[in-house]
Design a protein around this ligand. Structure first.
Ligand SMILES: CC1=C(CCC(=O)O)c2cc3nc(cc4[nH]c(cc5[nH]c(cc1n2)c(C)c5CCC(=O)O)c(CCC(=O)O)c4C)C(CCC(=O)O)=C3C
Ligand SMILES: [Fe+2]
Length: 398
């Protein structure tokens, strides 16, 4: 018998393979913030429910919001990022809907998942507005996702007769080339701005700033591969090296922290940005650039803790200081996020097929973080199981 000759097919005649399959919706998943003065207290109650935050700290943080008319910039920034992701997906011919939801304010997680469901989604790919892995940037989001899926009756069987809704998430993307490149651009621009505005200033020292977390949370974060602090140090090395090359001069840099809360007796990551400015000043530094690599947009922690407080500290000390922009909707970041969505879809197709997963893009010394969290990933305290289930992991309940 003649061997069967396979039919010659015209690839352009085949239906386009959906590059985001198996996902049929994307969830932009964020922290949330108040839109008006009357939102401030209920928002803070949502954020701090079950947390050991002293009343004095809460009153102080409420003042930060009222200082800006009771409205956080974060929601507008997320709407802008949602629109930018939409535009980048459209540019690549992808029509998958992008919904937006928050852990702590409207539109809440459950609303966003219900919206995805109403659009016909069965498998949602979440991207959180936190680049680093720790309880605050990973597991807490996953716990909230689990709770919302429960609320929607989607864990075991869908109540609306369809397939159960499943949510996966993209890996922590601190060491993704797009996130790093956007931070490099912002640092280079900030050096340009500082030199233009203060031509006589000394060559600035570079301070990378991130959100402080309790030492216990830092210790627990290492389960993901490298601790929260080590993840930032890796990004700091990458950004400083690339920016120094572009600027044609070496850069000296430090990693510092902002927005500490919790009782004073509880140790959190240090040094605080203000304390560090004082120490640098005492040691003779006169000029700094602050790069908020810990945050993806210029939300309240940036607008208050850096632009209001830290820049005031620098001014009091007579130091020249400029804040670099956060990645926001910068093109390398948005393109990188869409690359990540596509990469995560390819990873999932390989996992579902038992095939070799594709290579995952990184820069720096650390490996790509896991797409599916391991049991015990990103707890509040190392070795202590809170018993709270979390989505997007190989924990026994998922
Ligand atoms: C690591 C991290 C990020 C970065 C990663 C990410 O982006 O997720 C982040 C982001 C944010 N944090 C924010 C606001 C707040 N965070 C608080 C409290 C806390 N944050 C923590 C950590 C983080 N937080 C921790 C360990 C606490 C203690 C209580 C707890 O264990 O949760 C509190 C309570 C009052 C206070 O103590 O400050 C508020 C109001 C906003 C919104 C800003 C806006 O409205 O524009 C954003 C984006
Ligand atoms: Fe994790």
């Amino acid at each position: 018998m003649d061997p069967v000759t396979p039919p010659v097919t015209d690839p352009t005649a085949l239906p386009a393979v959906d590059a985001l399959a198996p996902y049929d919706a994307v969830l932009l998943y964020s922290f949330g913030g108040p839109n008006a003065p009357e939102d401030v207290l209920p928002f803070l109650r949502n954020v701090t429910a079950g947390k050991n935050i002293p009343d004095e700290r809460l009153a102080e943080v409420a003042e930060h919001y009222h200082h800006f008319g009771g409205r956080s910039p974060i929601n507008d920034q997320n709407l802008a990022l949602q629109a930018a992701l939409r535009a980048e997906l459209d540019r690549r011919g992808l029509t998958t809907p992008v919904v937006w939801g928050n852990r702590n304010w409207e539109p809440y997680t459950t609303q966003a998942l219900a919206e995805a469901r109403a659009l016909g989604a069965e498998r949602v790919l979440a991207v959180v507005t936190s680049a680093y892995s720790s309880y605050s940037g990973c597991r807490q989001y996953r716990e909230n996702l689990w709770a919302s899926l429960e609320e929607l009756g989607s864990q075991d069987a869908a109540t609306d007769g369809g397939a159960p809704l499943v949510v996966d998430k993209v890996r922590s993307y601190f060491n993704h080339p797009g996130f790093v490149a956007a931070n490099v651009d912002a640092v280079v621009e900030a050096y340009g701005r500082l030199q233009a505005e203060h031509p006589d200033a000394a060559w600035p020292r570079l301070l990378f700033v991130t959100h402080s977390i309790p030492d216990t949370m830092e210790e627990a974060s290492v389960v993901a591969g490298a601790s929260y602090r080590e993840q930032h140090l890796d990004v700091g090395r990458s950004v400083a090296a690339a920016a120094a090359e572009r600027l044609g001069r070496p850069l000296e840099w430090d990693l510092v922290y902002c927005s500490r809360s919790g009782p004073p007796s509880q140790p959190w990551l240090e040094p605080d940005v203000n304390d560090h400015l004082r120490a640098l000043h005492a040691a003779g530094t006169t000029s700094v650039v602050l790069s908020p690599i810990g945050f993806v947009s210029d939300h309240m922690e940036v607008a208050f803790d850096l632009d209001t407080e830290a820049l005031e500290t620098a001014q009091e000390l007579g130091m020249v200081a400029v804040r670099a922009a956060s990645v926001g909707t910068r093109e390398p970041f948005v393109r990188g996020l869409v690359d990540l969505l596509l990469e995560r879809a390819a990873v999932q197709r390989a996992l579902d097929a038992g095939a070799e997963p594709p290579a995952e893009a990184t820069v720096g010394a650390l490996p790509p973080f896991r797409s599916v969290c391991v049991p015990g990933c990103c707890r509040q305290r190392a070795g202590v199981d809170s018993g709270i289930p979390a989505a997007c992991s190989t924990d026994p309940w998922s």
